[in-house]
Design a protein around this ligand. Structure first.
Ligand SMILES: [Zn+2]
Length: 220
């Protein structure tokens, strides 16, 4: 990749994030649609190539819809079970982004396993929203089927090298310490309490944790 291409991609990434942040700020001020679409008024074609402009509009729509999806997830936990059946590519992007946003908010951008919390001035964060039972198995975006995890803990959790028991205590697999591995701080997390959400209504569902312990966790 050339330097020019790299800088272009970096610029687009920053731009998309700024739009997302600006959009949320606007939504909170109570005027989501007016300014959202004003951002893509005919004048914007002066500034963006058609292909990029189309991409920005599409991402803007996803950001907006995922924001409302995230709000919906938070409200529904207080009332009823959530089972999602999104199928199209657009719907998938909306619910995926909405779910991740929800989990980061519930855990205040901290990793539920190792506790790391790092944010940049632009609100970029080290954690992502992770399903306990993968979405492709039960299509369940209920926040109680999720955790906020840093990239390393996310991979470790999905590989079954760490889990959380029904007392919300972290368990690590003996495989973390097997010959050739240098698991460093991950091995020290064994038997430590996980980081809990401030609102206990969003604690992980025991059925989801049981599933992970039985189906994914490597006990030996
Ligand atoms: Zn972590």
């Amino acid at each position: 990749m050339s330097l020019a291409e790299c800088c272009t991609i970096c610029f687009i990434k920053r731009l998309l994030h700024d739009i997302d942040f600006g959009l949320l700020t606007t939504i909170l001020s109570g005027q989501p649609f007016v300014i959202h679409f004003a951002s893509f008024s005919p004048d914007s074609s002066t500034y963006f190539a058609p292909e990029l402009r189309q991409r920005l509009i599409q991402q803007g729509k996803i950001n907006l819809e995922s924001y409302f999806y995230s709000q919906d997830l938070l409200k529904k936990v207080k009332g009823k079970e959530i089972k999602e059946t999104a199928v199209s590519e657009q719907e998938y992007a909306v619910r995926d982004q909405g779910f991740k946003r929800t989990m980061r908010r519930i855990y205040d951008h901290r990793c539920a396993l190792c506790g790391i919390r790092v944010k940049t001035a632009e609100e970029h964060t080290a954690v992502v929203g992770a399903h306990i039972i993968p979405w492709n198995i039960n299509h369940n975006d209920d926040p109680r089927n999720g955790l906020s995890l840093c990239r390393l803990c996310h991979w470790t959790f999905d590989e079954g090298l760490m889990t959380v028991n029904l007392d919300y205590v972290v368990r690590t697999s003996p495989q973390l310490n097997s010959l050739g591995n240098m698991a460093a701080h991950l091995a020290l997390l064994n038997q430590r309490n996980m980081i809990r959400p401030a609102d206990s209504d969003f604690l992980p569902d025991p059925d989801s944790l049981s599933w992970h312990m039985k189906k994914v966790f490597r006990r030996r």
